[in-house]
Design a protein around this ligand. Structure first.
Ligand SMILES: Nc1ncnc2c1ncn2[C@@H]1O[C@H](COP(=O)(O)OP(=O)(O)OP(=O)(O)O)[C@@H](O)[C@H]1O
Ligand SMILES: [Mg+2]
Length: 356
């Protein structure tokens, strides 16, 4: 049934006109003409009155409410398409309003849930930062206070404490730099500096850099490549190196003495897969989804002594996202872990005459 001013008025006017003429026809003194005149007057006056009330008071107000909801929503969503005309022509404006309000409430509910999630995330993040900053600051403070309390007069103690204070400040510096990197990448402030290079050269560079760390723990770090041919990729050299360093260093840090870390390159049709494999302590299944979150560590006490801030993998994930790829993890506790990602290959022919 059409629920608009005209049809409702017509229906009501017909009823009133019908009832009036029925009553008039019961009065013996009233002629047929009188009944017809009564019918016309009752019909037209009730039609006009009802139409006026509905059109100018009821439907106008309903239209206003619709328009207000529309304005509210269209401030946030460009996809809203209900106009006053639509309200007038809709079969039932009340149910139209109802569905508008329901949609609007659902939209708001989603927004509130999102805001609550972000608020939780922000609180957690703030708590984590404060905790991470507190550790090196308290340590440095402790060393300096001990020196001020008299230890400064003993040369060997003084040197030892100053070195420890410097180490804590260094950790603080690394943490702040990592934090800045994460927030800059997340805010889109860091743009990647893409260039074409042989990924093997970059990995050799990484291996040289981690050599000392590996030696200290008696861990063998090796590279496995398909052949001697160069493997060209288009990436940000330094950022990609940062990713591989973190993966290899993790393989060393979360490993027992005498373990191994293997960097493997596999070439497919137009992709190269880089894998960092270790036989370390592995990551339990329940932690595997979360280790890419900022500050997440598998087991706080186990990893705390390794000195990491828990930002490394979050940075890796962001950097790889900027390279249109993603990192995958296969791991088993007490067996080892394999982190891997793919990169598009740049065909040799395009670069065989270049400086590479
Ligand atoms: N190869 C691995 N083997 C076992 N556990 C790992 C490995 N790599 C990462 N993890 C776990 O994942 C956590 C997060 O790693 P991530 O690299 O983000 O932080 P981190 O190494 O603790 O600190 P950072 O990299 O900032 O110095 C680590 O604390 C560790 O518990
Ligand atoms: Mg790390």
């Amino acid at each position: 049934m059409f629920f608009n001013a005209k049809s409702v008025s017509l229906l009501l006017a017909l009823c009133i006109g019908g009832i009036t003429s029925a009553f008039l026809s019961l009065i013996p003194d009233v002629s047929i003409t009188g009944v017809i005149v009564g019918l016309v007057i009752a019909f037209s006056s009730s039609f006009l009155l009802t139409y006026f009330i509905l059109e100018f008071i009821f439907f106008k107000e309903v239209g206003n409410i619709h328009r207000q909801i529309h304005e509210l929503r269209s401030n946030q969503s460009a996809t809203f398409d209900v106009s006053n005309e639509l309200v007038k022509s809709s079969k039932n404006p009340i149910s139209g309003i109802k569905s508008q309000i329901r949609d609007y409430a659902e939209m708001k509910e989603e927004e509130i849930a999102q805001l609550k999630k972000m608020e939780r995330y922000r609180k957690e993040f703030l708590a984590n930062i404060s905790h991470e900053l507190k550790t090196p600051i308290f340590a440095t403070q402790g060393f300096i206070l001990t020196l001020l309390d008299g230890a400064v007069n003993d040369k060997t103690v003084r040197d030892r404490f100053l070195k420890k204070a410097a180490k804590s400040l260094n950790a603080l510096n690394i943490l702040v730099e990592d934090l800045l990197t994460v927030s800059k990448i997340e805010a889109g402030e860091i743009s990647m500096d893409f260039e074409v290079f042989d990924i093997q050269i970059m990995i050799v560079d990484v291996l040289e850099q981690v050599e000392q760390k590996a030696e200290k723990k008696n861990i063998t770090v090796s590279l496995e490549v398909p052949n001697d041919d160069p493997i060209y990729v288009n990436a940000d050299y330094n950022r990609l190196k940062q990713v591989v360093i973190n993966l290899v260093v993790n393989g060393i840090k979360y490993n027992e003495k005498g373990g191994w870390v293997n960097v493997i390159l596999q070439v497919h049709d137009n992709l190269v897969t880089l894998m960092v494999k270790d036989n370390g302590m592995g990551i339990p299944l329940e932690d595997q989804n979360r280790i890419f979150e900022r500050f997440y560590r598998v087991e706080k006490s186990r990893t705390k002594k390794q000195g990491g801030s828990g930002l490394g993998l979050a940075i890796c994930k962001h950097i790889l996202e900027q390279h249109n790829t993603s990192i995958t993890l296969q791991s088993e506790a007490e067996v080892g872990s394999t982190f891997s990602f793919d990169l598009n290959l740049v065909q040799d022919t395009e670069y065989e005459n270049s400086e590479f």
